[in-house]
Design a protein around this ligand. Structure first.
Ligand SMILES: NC(=O)c1ccc[n+]([C@@H]2O[C@H](COP(=O)([O-])OP(=O)(O)OC[C@H]3O[C@@H](n4cnc5c(N)ncnc54)[C@H](OP(=O)(O)O)[C@@H]3O)[C@@H](O)[C@H]2O)c1
Length: 336
Protein backbone atom coordinates (compact mmCIF):
# COMPACT_ATOMS: atom_id res chain seq x y z
CA UNK A 1 0.00 0.00 0.00
CA UNK A 2 1.38 3.45 -0.89
CA UNK A 3 1.72 5.84 2.01
CA UNK A 4 -0.08 9.16 1.54
CA UNK A 5 2.37 12.02 1.97
CA UNK A 6 1.79 15.42 3.59
CA UNK A 7 3.70 18.57 2.66
CA UNK A 8 4.23 21.04 5.49
CA UNK A 9 5.79 24.49 5.72
CA UNK A 10 7.97 25.11 8.76
CA UNK A 11 9.31 28.36 10.16
CA UNK A 12 13.08 27.78 10.28
CA UNK A 13 14.37 31.31 10.95
CA UNK A 14 12.90 34.31 12.76
CA UNK A 15 12.57 37.12 10.20
CA UNK A 16 14.50 40.30 10.69
CA UNK A 17 12.41 43.11 9.21
CA UNK A 18 10.50 41.97 6.13
CA UNK A 19 10.04 38.16 6.11
CA UNK A 20 11.95 36.27 3.42
CA UNK A 21 11.11 32.99 1.72
CA UNK A 22 14.33 31.53 3.18
CA UNK A 23 12.77 31.87 6.66
CA UNK A 24 10.54 28.91 5.72
CA UNK A 25 11.15 25.34 4.59
CA UNK A 26 8.88 22.81 2.88
CA UNK A 27 9.16 19.25 4.19
CA UNK A 28 7.27 15.99 3.53
CA UNK A 29 6.16 13.27 5.92
CA UNK A 30 3.39 10.64 5.95
CA UNK A 31 -0.15 11.87 6.68
CA UNK A 32 -1.05 11.29 10.36
CA UNK A 33 -4.04 9.27 11.53
CA UNK A 34 -6.68 10.88 13.78
CA UNK A 35 -7.12 9.64 17.34
CA UNK A 36 -10.32 9.56 19.39
CA UNK A 37 -12.19 12.91 19.09
CA UNK A 38 -9.99 13.97 16.16
CA UNK A 39 -10.49 14.34 12.41
CA UNK A 40 -8.26 14.48 9.34
CA UNK A 41 -8.86 17.61 7.26
CA UNK A 42 -7.77 18.07 3.65
CA UNK A 43 -6.78 21.73 3.34
CA UNK A 44 -8.59 23.66 0.59
CA UNK A 45 -7.75 27.30 1.40
CA UNK A 46 -5.26 28.84 3.81
CA UNK A 47 -5.50 32.36 5.13
CA UNK A 48 -2.35 34.46 5.48
CA UNK A 49 -2.77 37.36 7.90
CA UNK A 50 -0.63 40.31 9.06
CA UNK A 51 -0.75 39.19 12.74
CA UNK A 52 1.32 36.13 11.77
CA UNK A 53 4.36 38.38 11.39
CA UNK A 54 4.26 39.23 15.12
CA UNK A 55 4.09 35.53 16.01
CA UNK A 56 7.38 34.98 14.16
CA UNK A 57 9.31 37.30 16.48
CA UNK A 58 11.46 36.20 19.39
CA UNK A 59 9.25 38.11 21.80
CA UNK A 60 5.66 37.13 22.37
CA UNK A 61 3.00 39.51 20.99
CA UNK A 62 -0.71 39.23 21.74
CA UNK A 63 -0.81 35.78 20.10
CA UNK A 64 1.43 32.84 21.01
CA UNK A 65 4.86 32.80 19.38
CA UNK A 66 5.53 30.33 16.53
CA UNK A 67 8.20 27.77 17.41
CA UNK A 68 11.19 27.29 15.13
CA UNK A 69 11.18 24.15 12.96
CA UNK A 70 7.47 23.65 13.62
CA UNK A 71 4.70 23.87 11.03
CA UNK A 72 3.13 27.34 10.85
CA UNK A 73 -0.49 27.43 12.04
CA UNK A 74 -3.30 29.70 10.90
CA UNK A 75 -6.91 29.86 9.75
CA UNK A 76 -7.94 27.46 7.02
CA UNK A 77 -10.94 25.76 5.43
CA UNK A 78 -11.06 22.20 4.21
CA UNK A 79 -12.95 18.92 3.93
CA UNK A 80 -12.93 16.09 6.42
CA UNK A 81 -11.54 12.90 4.92
CA UNK A 82 -11.37 10.74 8.05
CA UNK A 83 -13.31 11.22 11.28
CA UNK A 84 -13.09 9.75 14.77
CA UNK A 85 -15.46 12.42 16.07
CA UNK A 86 -19.19 12.13 16.72
CA UNK A 87 -19.60 15.78 15.61
CA UNK A 88 -18.14 15.54 12.08
CA UNK A 89 -18.46 13.13 9.17
CA UNK A 90 -16.18 12.56 6.19
CA UNK A 91 -17.20 15.03 3.49
CA UNK A 92 -18.08 17.84 5.95
CA UNK A 93 -16.55 21.21 5.14
CA UNK A 94 -14.97 22.94 8.15
CA UNK A 95 -12.97 25.98 9.16
CA UNK A 96 -10.64 26.47 12.09
CA UNK A 97 -7.05 26.93 13.11
CA UNK A 98 -5.17 24.37 11.04
CA UNK A 99 -1.67 24.53 9.59
CA UNK A 100 0.35 25.27 6.46
CA UNK A 101 0.06 21.68 5.24
CA UNK A 102 -1.95 19.49 2.86
CA UNK A 103 -3.61 17.46 5.64
CA UNK A 104 -4.12 18.36 9.29
CA UNK A 105 -5.15 16.13 12.16
CA UNK A 106 -7.02 18.24 14.67
CA UNK A 107 -9.35 17.97 17.63
CA UNK A 108 -13.07 18.33 16.91
CA UNK A 109 -13.18 21.30 19.33
CA UNK A 110 -11.02 23.39 16.95
CA UNK A 111 -13.50 23.26 14.09
CA UNK A 112 -16.70 24.87 12.89
CA UNK A 113 -18.90 23.43 10.13
CA UNK A 114 -19.14 25.55 6.98
CA UNK A 115 -22.06 25.37 4.58
CA UNK A 116 -20.59 25.76 1.06
CA UNK A 117 -24.10 26.37 -0.33
CA UNK A 118 -24.47 29.58 1.75
CA UNK A 119 -21.39 31.27 0.24
CA UNK A 120 -18.21 30.08 -1.47
CA UNK A 121 -16.03 28.06 0.89
CA UNK A 122 -13.26 30.68 0.90
CA UNK A 123 -15.68 33.28 2.36
CA UNK A 124 -15.26 31.55 5.72
CA UNK A 125 -11.75 33.03 5.79
CA UNK A 126 -12.73 36.45 4.49
CA UNK A 127 -16.01 38.24 4.77
CA UNK A 128 -17.64 35.53 6.93
CA UNK A 129 -14.44 34.87 8.86
CA UNK A 130 -12.02 36.81 11.01
CA UNK A 131 -11.51 39.83 8.68
CA UNK A 132 -15.25 40.40 8.10
CA UNK A 133 -16.01 40.07 11.81
CA UNK A 134 -13.15 42.44 12.66
CA UNK A 135 -14.54 45.08 10.32
CA UNK A 136 -18.07 44.55 11.65
CA UNK A 137 -17.33 44.83 15.37
CA UNK A 138 -14.56 47.40 15.09
CA UNK A 139 -16.66 49.76 13.03
CA UNK A 140 -20.08 49.26 14.61
CA UNK A 141 -19.12 48.75 18.28
CA UNK A 142 -16.29 51.28 18.55
CA UNK A 143 -16.68 53.53 15.50
CA UNK A 144 -20.47 53.82 15.97
CA UNK A 145 -20.93 55.53 12.57
CA UNK A 146 -23.95 57.82 12.15
CA UNK A 147 -25.65 58.69 8.83
CA UNK A 148 -23.89 61.57 7.07
CA UNK A 149 -20.66 61.22 9.05
CA UNK A 150 -17.26 60.95 7.38
CA UNK A 151 -15.53 57.61 7.90
CA UNK A 152 -11.88 57.21 6.88
CA UNK A 153 -10.46 53.70 6.49
CA UNK A 154 -6.75 52.99 6.05
CA UNK A 155 -5.60 49.70 4.53
CA UNK A 156 -8.92 50.18 2.79
CA UNK A 157 -8.41 47.80 -0.15
CA UNK A 158 -7.47 44.85 2.09
CA UNK A 159 -9.51 42.11 3.74
CA UNK A 160 -10.70 44.10 6.76
CA UNK A 161 -10.67 47.52 5.07
CA UNK A 162 -12.91 46.60 2.12
CA UNK A 163 -15.57 45.30 4.51
CA UNK A 164 -15.25 48.18 7.01
CA UNK A 165 -15.71 50.74 4.22
CA UNK A 166 -18.69 48.93 2.74
CA UNK A 167 -20.42 48.62 6.12
CA UNK A 168 -19.87 52.37 6.59
CA UNK A 169 -21.62 52.90 3.23
CA UNK A 170 -24.53 50.71 4.41
CA UNK A 171 -24.70 53.02 7.45
CA UNK A 172 -25.11 55.97 5.02
CA UNK A 173 -21.74 57.53 5.77
CA UNK A 174 -19.35 59.37 3.49
CA UNK A 175 -16.43 56.93 3.06
CA UNK A 176 -12.85 57.84 2.27
CA UNK A 177 -10.43 54.95 1.65
CA UNK A 178 -6.62 55.10 1.80
CA UNK A 179 -4.54 52.46 0.00
CA UNK A 180 -1.27 52.04 -1.84
CA UNK A 181 -1.88 51.95 -5.60
CA UNK A 182 -3.83 53.55 -8.42
CA UNK A 183 -5.49 50.18 -9.12
CA UNK A 184 -6.73 50.03 -5.52
CA UNK A 185 -8.03 53.61 -5.67
CA UNK A 186 -9.99 52.78 -8.83
CA UNK A 187 -11.33 49.60 -7.23
CA UNK A 188 -12.54 51.47 -4.13
CA UNK A 189 -14.31 54.10 -6.21
CA UNK A 190 -15.70 51.94 -9.03
CA UNK A 191 -16.39 48.62 -7.32
CA UNK A 192 -16.93 49.44 -3.65
CA UNK A 193 -18.70 52.77 -4.12
CA UNK A 194 -16.50 54.77 -1.74
CA UNK A 195 -16.93 58.53 -2.01
CA UNK A 196 -13.23 59.32 -2.24
CA UNK A 197 -10.01 57.32 -2.32
CA UNK A 198 -6.37 58.30 -1.80
CA UNK A 199 -3.18 56.61 -2.97
CA UNK A 200 -0.77 57.25 -0.11
CA UNK A 201 2.20 56.24 -2.27
CA UNK A 202 1.84 59.20 -4.63
CA UNK A 203 4.68 61.47 -3.54
CA UNK A 204 2.49 64.45 -2.82
CA UNK A 205 1.09 65.78 0.38
CA UNK A 206 -1.19 63.11 1.92
CA UNK A 207 -2.43 65.73 4.39
CA UNK A 208 -3.59 67.96 1.54
CA UNK A 209 -5.31 65.10 -0.29
CA UNK A 210 -7.02 64.02 2.90
CA UNK A 211 -8.15 67.53 3.77
CA UNK A 212 -9.72 67.87 0.30
CA UNK A 213 -11.42 64.45 0.57
CA UNK A 214 -12.64 65.12 4.15
CA UNK A 215 -13.95 68.68 3.79
CA UNK A 216 -16.14 68.26 6.89
CA UNK A 217 -13.39 66.63 8.96
CA UNK A 218 -13.24 63.01 10.13
CA UNK A 219 -15.83 61.52 12.48
CA UNK A 220 -14.63 57.91 12.46
CA UNK A 221 -11.14 56.70 11.60
CA UNK A 222 -10.81 52.91 11.20
CA UNK A 223 -7.06 52.51 11.63
CA UNK A 224 -5.48 49.44 10.03
CA UNK A 225 -1.99 50.80 9.39
CA UNK A 226 -0.72 53.36 11.94
CA UNK A 227 2.44 55.40 11.22
CA UNK A 228 2.48 58.53 9.10
CA UNK A 229 -0.82 57.77 7.36
CA UNK A 230 -2.61 57.79 10.70
CA UNK A 231 -0.76 60.91 11.84
CA UNK A 232 -2.25 62.67 8.81
CA UNK A 233 -5.78 61.51 9.64
CA UNK A 234 -5.53 62.44 13.34
CA UNK A 235 -4.93 66.06 12.35
CA UNK A 236 -8.45 66.16 10.84
CA UNK A 237 -10.58 64.52 13.53
CA UNK A 238 -13.80 66.24 14.54
CA UNK A 239 -15.32 66.85 17.94
CA UNK A 240 -16.29 63.47 19.51
CA UNK A 241 -14.54 61.47 16.80
CA UNK A 242 -14.14 57.70 17.32
CA UNK A 243 -11.00 55.79 16.33
CA UNK A 244 -11.22 51.97 16.30
CA UNK A 245 -7.59 50.89 16.52
CA UNK A 246 -7.61 47.70 14.49
CA UNK A 247 -4.01 47.23 13.30
CA UNK A 248 -0.65 48.93 12.74
CA UNK A 249 0.72 47.05 9.75
CA UNK A 250 3.14 49.85 8.79
CA UNK A 251 5.07 49.02 11.97
CA UNK A 252 5.06 45.19 11.93
CA UNK A 253 8.42 44.85 10.16
CA UNK A 254 10.04 47.80 11.91
CA UNK A 255 12.21 47.06 14.94
CA UNK A 256 12.03 50.49 16.54
CA UNK A 257 9.33 53.09 16.09
CA UNK A 258 10.18 56.78 16.01
CA UNK A 259 8.62 59.21 18.50
CA UNK A 260 6.06 60.42 15.98
CA UNK A 261 3.49 63.13 16.58
CA UNK A 262 1.77 62.51 19.88
CA UNK A 263 -1.96 62.14 19.53
CA UNK A 264 -3.08 62.79 23.12
CA UNK A 265 -3.55 66.57 22.83
CA UNK A 266 -5.61 66.08 19.66
CA UNK A 267 -7.84 63.52 21.42
CA UNK A 268 -8.22 65.87 24.38
CA UNK A 269 -9.06 68.94 22.31
CA UNK A 270 -11.63 67.04 20.25
CA UNK A 271 -12.95 64.92 23.17
CA UNK A 272 -12.31 61.97 20.87
CA UNK A 273 -12.20 58.26 21.67
CA UNK A 274 -9.47 55.92 20.47
CA UNK A 275 -9.93 52.29 21.40
CA UNK A 276 -7.88 49.23 20.56
CA UNK A 277 -9.70 45.94 20.13
CA UNK A 278 -8.99 42.31 19.42
CA UNK A 279 -11.61 40.39 17.51
CA UNK A 280 -11.59 37.53 20.04
CA UNK A 281 -13.29 39.78 22.61
CA UNK A 282 -16.52 39.60 20.57
CA UNK A 283 -16.48 35.78 20.17
CA UNK A 284 -19.84 35.24 21.88
CA UNK A 285 -21.53 37.36 19.19
CA UNK A 286 -19.82 35.91 16.11
CA UNK A 287 -22.81 33.87 14.88
CA UNK A 288 -25.21 36.84 14.81
CA UNK A 289 -22.62 39.03 13.07
CA UNK A 290 -21.85 36.30 10.53
CA UNK A 291 -25.59 36.01 9.75
CA UNK A 292 -25.80 39.78 9.15
CA UNK A 293 -22.71 39.77 6.92
CA UNK A 294 -24.08 36.77 4.95
CA UNK A 295 -27.36 38.65 4.46
CA UNK A 296 -25.60 41.79 3.17
CA UNK A 297 -23.51 39.57 0.87
CA UNK A 298 -26.62 37.81 -0.50
CA UNK A 299 -28.37 41.16 -0.99
CA UNK A 300 -25.39 42.49 -2.94
CA UNK A 301 -24.85 45.26 -0.36
CA UNK A 302 -21.32 43.99 0.27
CA UNK A 303 -19.00 42.64 -2.40
CA UNK A 304 -16.24 40.27 -1.44
CA UNK A 305 -12.88 40.45 -3.08
CA UNK A 306 -10.20 37.81 -2.86
CA UNK A 307 -6.63 37.58 -4.03
CA UNK A 308 -5.81 33.90 -4.50
CA UNK A 309 -2.33 32.43 -4.84
CA UNK A 310 -2.21 28.80 -6.01
CA UNK A 311 -0.16 26.10 -4.27
CA UNK A 312 0.87 25.36 -0.69
CA UNK A 313 4.52 25.96 -1.62
CA UNK A 314 3.67 29.61 -2.37
CA UNK A 315 2.21 30.35 1.09
CA UNK A 316 5.31 32.22 2.40
CA UNK A 317 5.30 34.35 -0.76
CA UNK A 318 1.60 35.13 -0.21
CA UNK A 319 2.31 36.23 3.37
CA UNK A 320 5.18 38.46 2.26
CA UNK A 321 2.88 39.92 -0.41
CA UNK A 322 0.68 41.40 2.35
CA UNK A 323 3.56 43.65 3.39
CA UNK A 324 4.21 44.66 -0.20
CA UNK A 325 0.57 45.51 -0.81
CA UNK A 326 0.19 42.85 -3.53
CA UNK A 327 -3.27 41.80 -2.41
CA UNK A 328 -6.54 43.44 -3.32
CA UNK A 329 -9.10 42.05 -0.86
CA UNK A 330 -8.52 38.93 1.20
CA UNK A 331 -5.21 37.15 0.54
CA UNK A 332 -5.73 33.38 0.34
CA UNK A 333 -3.74 30.36 -0.74
CA UNK A 334 -5.56 27.63 -2.67
CA UNK A 335 -4.06 24.34 -1.60
CA UNK A 336 -6.39 21.62 -2.88
N1 LIG B 1 -7.71 43.92 15.91
C1 LIG B 1 -7.95 42.72 15.38
O1 LIG B 1 -8.55 41.84 16.02
C2 LIG B 1 -7.53 42.46 13.97
C3 LIG B 1 -8.03 41.36 13.26
C4 LIG B 1 -7.65 41.20 11.93
C5 LIG B 1 -6.76 42.10 11.34
N2 LIG B 1 -6.28 43.13 12.09
C6 LIG B 1 -5.38 44.13 11.50
O2 LIG B 1 -6.07 44.76 10.45
C7 LIG B 1 -5.15 45.22 9.48
C8 LIG B 1 -5.57 44.72 8.09
O3 LIG B 1 -5.49 43.30 8.09
P1 LIG B 1 -5.98 42.47 6.81
O4 LIG B 1 -6.01 41.05 7.19
O5 LIG B 1 -7.21 43.09 6.28
O6 LIG B 1 -4.76 42.70 5.79
P2 LIG B 1 -4.91 43.34 4.34
O7 LIG B 1 -5.33 44.76 4.52
O8 LIG B 1 -5.71 42.46 3.48
O9 LIG B 1 -3.42 43.27 3.79
C9 LIG B 1 -2.44 44.10 4.26
C10 LIG B 1 -2.43 45.44 3.48
O10 LIG B 1 -1.75 46.39 4.27
C11 LIG B 1 -1.18 47.38 3.44
N3 LIG B 1 0.16 47.70 3.92
C12 LIG B 1 1.24 46.88 3.96
N4 LIG B 1 2.30 47.54 4.44
C13 LIG B 1 1.89 48.82 4.67
C14 LIG B 1 2.53 50.00 5.14
N5 LIG B 1 3.82 49.99 5.50
N6 LIG B 1 1.80 51.14 5.24
C15 LIG B 1 0.51 51.16 4.89
N7 LIG B 1 -0.16 50.07 4.42
C16 LIG B 1 0.53 48.93 4.33
C17 LIG B 1 -1.10 46.80 2.03
O11 LIG B 1 -2.00 47.54 1.20
P3 LIG B 1 -1.54 48.91 0.46
O12 LIG B 1 -1.33 48.55 -0.98
O13 LIG B 1 -2.71 49.79 0.69
O14 LIG B 1 -0.27 49.38 1.12
C18 LIG B 1 -1.62 45.36 2.19
O15 LIG B 1 -2.39 44.95 1.10
C19 LIG B 1 -3.77 44.72 9.91
O16 LIG B 1 -3.10 45.74 10.60
C20 LIG B 1 -4.11 43.59 10.86
O17 LIG B 1 -3.08 43.34 11.79
C21 LIG B 1 -6.64 43.33 13.38
Amino acid sequence: MTVKMNRQILLVKRPSGMPDESDFKLVESPVSTPGEGEVLVETHFLSVDPYMRGRMNELRTNAPQYLLNEVVTGSAVGRITNSRSSLFNPGDFVSGTLAWEDYSVTNEKNLRKVNPLLAPLSSALGILGMPGLTAYFGLLEIGKPQPGETVVVSGAAGAVGTVAGQIAKIMSCRVVGIAGSHRKVKFMLDELGFDAAINYKIPSDIRGSLARACHDGVDVYFDNVGGEISDAVFALINENARIPLCGQISLYNVGQTHGGPRIQSQLLARTALMQGFRIGQFADRFEAARAQLAEWLAQGKIKQSEHIVEGLENTPRALIGLFRGENLGKQLVKVC
